[in-house]
Design a protein around this ligand. Structure first.
Ligand code: IMP
Length: 427
């Protein structure tokens, strides 16, 4: 298999960074295709911890090519800072390429994200406030500014001037906050342009050449299926498509090129931001999972809401993404939990639902139907083969496979690259 799409199968934060990093060893190219710096990956290599938001984690391997595809929204301030961060840590960044078709996050997108969230009050989405939604709104409204424009002073100036006219009106008159000064934004972005210029290249062409040469390509999804603009818990979603199908549009390849889709799924469930979460635990078990799993956002530091594994949502993710298998992460976090629950269905007004509902009103009122499995107390962080796991842990994994109808190919038992059980090779 040479082209693999790796996506989040829950509400994001499934531990994709670790799995991407693990698979990147075998890949020649690692590609981001949607989202922006709302994502956050923590990768642990030896004693060193790396936090990345935009650059694919494949950058930690000097010989891998890393691409930021056209479907990503790029905050150049963040990208430049991330390049400097990596260079300071001695990581070479020459193998990064950025699509000229990717859209830019502008300072006013971040401001709009903030004031629009505040205006929503109780109904806020709980966004990361990184300007993601407003940037994708401009893209869809055909007023976005792209990387290719950043490299053309006149074009950039023209577009910025036009946009500021509207945006400043909106900010001042509707939201009653300060607007943005053309010169300031222009000068700041022209500085970024010079730093980023050497990295800009037609990433779709690079991919096609790689496909012809039968290179191994890993598409790295950000966020998760239930945050997908179409398939997630709308409107409590992000503004892009974290699902596998989006890899084609967000990178400029056809669907016939993809060989495999793998969904990263945590051994329990977490969610940040607002929105329904049927298996949420507001008790001491939820607190225990948060502490043991270090469930605090990489991007915003917010504590994540924690709950039991949701088999209905996982089966939905398997269907929407056409998953070949799951990479199950953080199984070690469940160690010591006496009785583990798995949600196998939802009860809604006396009826049993087996499929994930479209209506948020329905989802909010769903009661999870749980199955109970005995837990295990043994330390599993040293397990490297499935048979090293205690019987109860093996049973838990097998039950997840049965409920979701999807094999579990990889199992994470700790934060390090080496703490991974491989049941089936991905590449
Ligand atoms: P936005 O993407 O900043 O617009 O936020 C929309 C929703 O997606 C909020 O609930 C965020 O908490 C959530 N979100 C965005 N990025 C991530 C992520 O990388 N992990 C988990 N949740 C995310």
């Amino acid at each position: 298999m040479s082209v693999v799409v790796l996506i989040g199968a829950q509400w994001g934060d499934e531990g994709k960074g670790k799995i991407t990093d693990f698979l990147a060893r075998q890949a020649d190219i690692v590609v981001r295709y949607q989202g922006g710096n709302n994502a956050g990956h923590t990768v642990v290599v030896g004693e060193e911890e790396y936090r990345l938001h935009l650059i694919p984690s494949g950058i930690l391997y000097p010989e891998k090519m890393c691409l930021i595809g056209n479907g990503v929204v790029i905050d150049p301030a963040v990208l430049v800072a991330e390049l400097e961060y990596l260079q300071k840590k001695g990581i070479a960044t020459d193998n990064l390429r950025i699509s000229p078709r990717a859209h830019l996050i502008m300072p006013y997108h971040k401001k709009l994200d903030e004031v629009q969230e505040e205006k929503k009050g109780q109904n806020k989405i709980g966004t990361t406030r990184r300007g993601i939604g407003p940037a994708y709104m401009d893209k869809a409204a055909r007023t976005g500014i792209r990387v290719v424009d950043l490299l053309d002073r006149d074009e950039f100036a023209r577009k910025l001037e036009n946009n500021l006219e509207d945006v400043n009106f909106l900010l001042k008159r509707v939201y009653e906050v300060d607007g943005f000064d053309f010169e300031e934004v222009f000068n700041e972005y022209m500085r970024y342009a010079e730093i980023l210029r050497p990295y800009v290249a037609d990433t779709s062409v690079i991919l096609h050449e790689a496909l012809e040469a039968e290179k191994k390509i890993l598409f790295e999804g950000a966020q998760g299926t239930l945050l997908d603009l179409d398939h997630g818990t709308y409107p409590y979603v992000t503004s892009s498509h974290p699902t596998a199908g989006a890899a084609c549009i967000g990178a400029g390849i056809g669907p016939t090129e993809i060989d495999k889709a793998v969904g990263v799924i945590k051994a329990y469930t977490t969610r940040v931001g607002e929105g329904p979460f049927p298996t949420e635990l507001k008790d001491e078990i939820g607190q225990h999972l948060r502490e043991m799993g270090r469930e605090y956002g990489t991007t915003t530091g917010r504590p994540r809401r924690c709950g039991w594994f949701d088999g209905v949502a996982a089966r939905y993710a398997a269907r929407i993404n056409g998953l070949d298998s799951f990479a199950l992460t953080k199984l070690d976090v469940l160690t010591g939990v006496e009785t583990i629950k798995i949600c196998v269905g939802y009860r809604f007004q006396g009826e049993v639902l087996r499929e994930f509902p479209a209506s948020l009103k329905v989802l909010t009122q769903c009661e999870p139907i749980y199955e109970e499995l005995p837990g295990w107390a043994e330390d599993i962080s040293g397990a490297r083969d499935f048979s090293d796991l205690p019987q109860a842990a093996q049973n838990y994994v097998r039950r997840i496979e049965e409920i979701t109808g999807t094999r579990v190919s990889l199992i994470g038992v700790g934060t390090r690259r080496s703490q991974t059980i491989v049941r089936e090779e991905i590449f």
